[in-house]
Design a protein around this ligand. Structure first.
Ligand SMILES: Cc1cc2nc3c(=O)[nH]c(=O)nc-3n(C[C@H](O)[C@H](O)[C@H](O)COP(=O)(O)O)c2cc1C
Length: 234
């Protein structure tokens, strides 16, 4: 091997080594950044001052959903954030008595619950701003029907449920519909091999009342029924 060939080989080796070192350093910085993000988030609220902000219900953010009903043969959509689980099979939706949707729900005793993806925010917000009593909202979403009458489901929603109303808990201003899910439809792309929903892929939108904002989810920060095993009593 002559002198210039050896020099070229050495030079090529040095370049490869440099590239390797730079990409390794980048990975290292990325890891440090994500670690410092986690450390920053773990604020010890036990140390801070607590002040009373009156009796504000503050169990936010909550999932938000578009509820589908059928009134006069047409779909009507309403956005609801006061929604939750009741027992193991039931869900409860708190809907103001004045709303147009309640007519359809009470007539058919069915409804659909459609989870809101980030791409749906504008439409979901719109159906939460306008009433079907004076605005035709039937064309806002393309829909499909399942097995229940009166429960149109939104095609662009990643997870939709057709539900039967099994009870109504009546309060002064709200019909609180207790429903049971008859069928749940989910996009194949958000399911794992066992057909479990991967919510880190769905990234459902949450709503909070304090500043009236939509919040994106999707970051996994713990394992349920597992992390608690690390608790050490003093
Ligand atoms: C983010 C958001 C959340 C809402 N949550 C609820 C709720 O939980 N319950 C309710 O009765 N109305 C809620 N609303 C208001 C209704 O969606 C709104 O009054 C709608 O226009 C009623 O439609 P309808 O008359 O066609 O049924 C919400 C609106 C928005 C924008």
């Amino acid at each position: 091997m002559n002198h210039s060939k050896t020099l070229n080989l050495l030079l090529a080796f040095a370049v490869v080594l440099l590239i390797f070192q730079i990409s390794y350093q980048k990975e290292d910085t990325k890891e440090q950044e994500s670690n410092s993000e986690t450390i920053e988030e773990l604020v010890d609220y036990a140390q801070g001052e607590k002040i009373s902000i009156s009796g504000t219900p503050a169990l936010y953010p909550t999932p938000t959903a578009v509820i589908g009903t059928e009134i006069n043969g047409k779909p009507n959509w309403i956005q609801i954030a006061h929604i939750g689980h009741i027992g193991m099979k039931g869900l409860i939706l708190s809907i103001g008595k004045a709303h147009y949707s309640n007519r359809g729900i009470k007539k058919h005793k069915t409804l659909s619950i459609n989870m809101v993806s980030e791409a749906m925010i504008v439409k979901a917000d719109y159906v939460g701003m306008k009433s079907g009593a004076d605005t035709d909202k039937s064309k806002v979403f393309d829909y499909f029907n399942g097995s229940l009458k009166g429960a149109p489901m939104i095609k662009e929603s990643p997870i939709t449920m057709e539900c039967k109303v099994v009870d109504v808990y009546d309060t002064e201003h709200h019909d609180n519909f207790v429903v049971e899910v008859e069928n749940t439809y989910a996009n194949k792309s958000i399911l794992d091999e066992e057909s479990n929903i991967d919510f880190s892929k769905v990234k459902p939108i949450l709503f909070e009342m304090s500043k009236k904002k939509y919040i994106k989810t999707g970051k996994i920060v713990g394992d349920a029924w597992k992390d608690g095993a690390n608790y050490k009593a003093d």
